[in-house]
Design a protein around this ligand. Structure first.
Ligand SMILES: NC(=O)c1ccc[n+]([C@@H]2O[C@H](COP(=O)([O-])OP(=O)(O)OC[C@H]3O[C@@H](n4cnc5c(N)ncnc54)[C@H](O)[C@@H]3O)[C@@H](O)[C@H]2O)c1
Length: 245
């Protein structure tokens, strides 16, 4: 029997990138998957490619009606949600002096409010079943800060505070809430960075390489499994040593 056989996971932003790899790794461990993304075709393609029971549901995580419909569809199909991975996220980088208010608002709305809406919607069922795992994809930048990413860093630092608070609220119901803080991972999100920025990132990574989606997904799988039943409120850094506190 696989580690996650019989479990159901909802992964937001899983049409591509880290979210897609998380869906693949959880599926390989026997989990049924709800693939959700604002990108409908991408979500459908991911769901079709998984070697497990999977459905695709289009939803904007920052829209409360979309999130309510997403959780309804997921529970109609699978009856429960055991694992929620709040992965959907965006960047709108600029130096603070040039940062537009709308770019501040949008990043906070998707990265932080999105996790609030999805967690709130899923938590009721987890409370009732007295078990659940919630994993929030933060960022090393939420702990270190990064020039040009004040909005993104604030959203990810907020997500870490959110993780700690919900962990305290839900622990007595056997629900564990943790965050994973990736460093520099090669995906669509980072592919547009100027070469100089990429080289600077690499120079700061003791492991000497960028991370992969799989590096992140394997830690998510661990946190989603019974191996992590006594871990809650933590942020696990997956960054090749970029931040060693
Ligand atoms: N790539 C990195 O180096 C890195 C580092 C640290 C943290 N992260 C975090 O990991 C997560 C995934 O990043 P990625 O690199 O795979 O990014 P990505 O841009 O490749 O994928 C993000 C996915 O989220 C979806 N999405 C965007 N807005 C959405 C919304 N409103 N509702 C639902 N889905 C939405 C996109 O359509 C896309 O499929 C993000 O939260 C990101 O902040 C990434």
């Amino acid at each position: 029997m696989e580690l996650l056989t019989g479990k159901v996971a909802l992964v937001t932003g899983s049409a591509r990138g880290i979210g897609k790899t998380i869906a693949e790794v959880l599926a390989d461990l026997g989990c049924a998957i709800v693939v959700s993304d604002i990108d409908k075709e991408g979500a459908e393609a991911t769901a079709a490619s998984l070697k497990t029971d999977a459905i695709a549901v289009q939803a904007d995580v920052s829209n409360a009606d979309d999130v309510a419909a997403l959780v309804d569809k997921a529970t109609e199909r699978f009856e429960k949600i055991d694992i929620l991975v709040n992965n959907a996220g965006i960047t709108r980088d600029n130096l603070l002096m040039r940062m537009k208010e709308e770019d501040w608002d949008l990043v906070l709305k998707i990265n932080l409010k999105g996790a609030f809406l999805c967690t709130k919607q899923v938590l009721r069922g987890m409370m009732r079943q007295r078990s659940g795992k919630i994993i929030n994809i933060a960022s090393v930048v939420g702990v270190m800060g990064n020039a040009g990413q004040a909005n993104y860093a604030a959203s990810k630092a907020g997500l870490i505070g959110f993780t700690k608070s919900v962990a305290r609220e839900a622990a007595s119901r056997n629900i564990q809430v943790n965050a994973v803080a990736p460093g520099y991972i090669e995906t669509e999100m980072t592919s547009h960075l100027p070469n100089e920025v990429k080289e600077n990132f690499l120079a700061d990574i003791p492991s000497g390489r960028a991370g992969s989606g799989e590096d992140v997904a394997k830690v998510v799988a661990f946190l989603a499994s019974s191996y992590a039943d006594y871990i809650t409120g933590q942020t696990i850094h997956v960054d090749g040593g970029m931040l060693i506190a």
